[in-house]
Design a protein around this ligand. Structure first.
Ligand code: DC
Length: 227
C-alpha cells in the first residue's frame, strides 16, 4: 500500500473547516476526520455527569471510563459513547463550550492523541482541528490554516445550527465563537496557532465553492509535487 496522504487543517471555530474538509475529502476519496467531535464527546460526558469541565482532576479521572468510538456510516463520521450515537447531541451550543473547556486540559489532549494518529496511519485523511499540523500530524503531507473574521464565522455557524434545528441567535453564536477563540488560542496546552509550514487560506471574502476549489487546488498541487 502507498504511504497514506494526510492533510492537516487547523483554524478557529466556524472557519468552515468541516465543510471544506468534507467536500475535499469526497473529491479525493480520502477519509474526513473531524477531531473536534472527539473533544465534544468528552465535554458531553462531563455535562451529563455534572462534572465541572474546568475541574482538571475530575475530568481526568473520568477519561478511562469513557468509551468514545468513531465510525463511518455511509461515508459520514459518527460519534459513539458506548453504544449510543451522540453525533447530533454533541452539536448543542453548551457542548461547544464544554468541549473548549476540556480541550484546554493536557490530560485530555494526551488521551485523545493516539486515536487521532492511528486514523492517519491507516488511511489517507483530511483531518481538521486546532493542533493537527502542530501536534497530531507534524509530518502531514499538507498543512492548511483556514480562517475568516469572527462575524463571518458566526453568520455561517448560525445558518448551520438553524439547519440542524438548534435554536440560537447571532449574538449568542458570536459570543460563543469569541469565547472559544480566546480560550483555544491562549491555553498553554497545544494552543491554536498556524504551523510554520502551513498555507494560510482566509475565506472571509470568498464563497463556499471558491474556498473548496482553493483547498482542492492546494491538495492537487501537493500530491503532484510528492508523487
Ligand atoms: O471544531 P469544534 O468546534 O467542533 O471543536 C470543539 C472544541 O474542541 C474547540 O473549542 C476546540 C477543541 N479542539 C481542540 O482543542 N483540538 C482539536 N484538534 C479539535 C478541537
Amino acid at each position: 500500500m502507498n504511504t497514506p496522504f494526510s492533510v492537516a487543517i487547523d483554524g478557529p471555530s466556524g472557519a468552515g473547516k468541516s465543510t471544506l474538509a468534507r467536500r475535499a475529502a469526497a473529491r479525493f476519496g480520502f477519509l474526513y476526520v473531524d477531531t473536534g467531535a472527539i473533544y465534544r464527546c468528552v465535554g458531553l460526558s462531563c455535562l451529563r455527569r455534572g462534572i465541572d469541565t474546568k475541574d482538571a482532576p475530575r475530568v481526568e479521572a473520568l477519561l478511562p471510563e469513557l468509551q468514545i468510538h468513531l465510525a463511518y456510516r455511509e461515508g459520514e463520521q459518527r460519534m459513539f459513547l458506548g453504544e449510543e450515537d451522540v453525533s447530533s447531541e454533541i452539536r448543542q451550543p453548551e457542548v461547544s463550550i464544554a468541549a473548549s473547556d476540556v480541550s484546554a486540559l493536557p490530560a485530555v489532549r494526551a488521551y485523545l492523541l493516539e486515536m487521532q494518529r492511528s486514523l492517519a496511519r491507516e488511511n489517507s485523511v483530511i483531518m481538521d482541528g486546532r493542533d493537527i499540523g502542530t501536534v497530531v500530524l507534524p509530518d502531514a503531507s499538507l498543512k492548511v490554516f483556514l480562517t475568516a473574521s469572527a462575524e463571518a464565522r458566526a453568520a455561517r455557524r448560525l445558518l448551520e445550527l438553524e439547519q440542524k434545528g438548534v435554536k440560537t441567535s447571532f449574538e449568542e453564536v458570536l459570543r460563543d465563537i469569541e469565547y472559544r477563540d480566546q480560550q483555544d488560542s491562549s491555553r498553554a496546552a497545544s494552543p491554536l496557532r498556524q504551523a510554520e509550514d502551513a498555507v494560510l487560506l482566509d475565506t472571509s471574502e470568498i464563497g463556499l465553492e471558491e474556498s473548496v476549489d482553493a483547498l482542492c487546488a492546494l491538495i492537487a498541487a501537493r500530491m503532484e509535487q510528492i508523487k
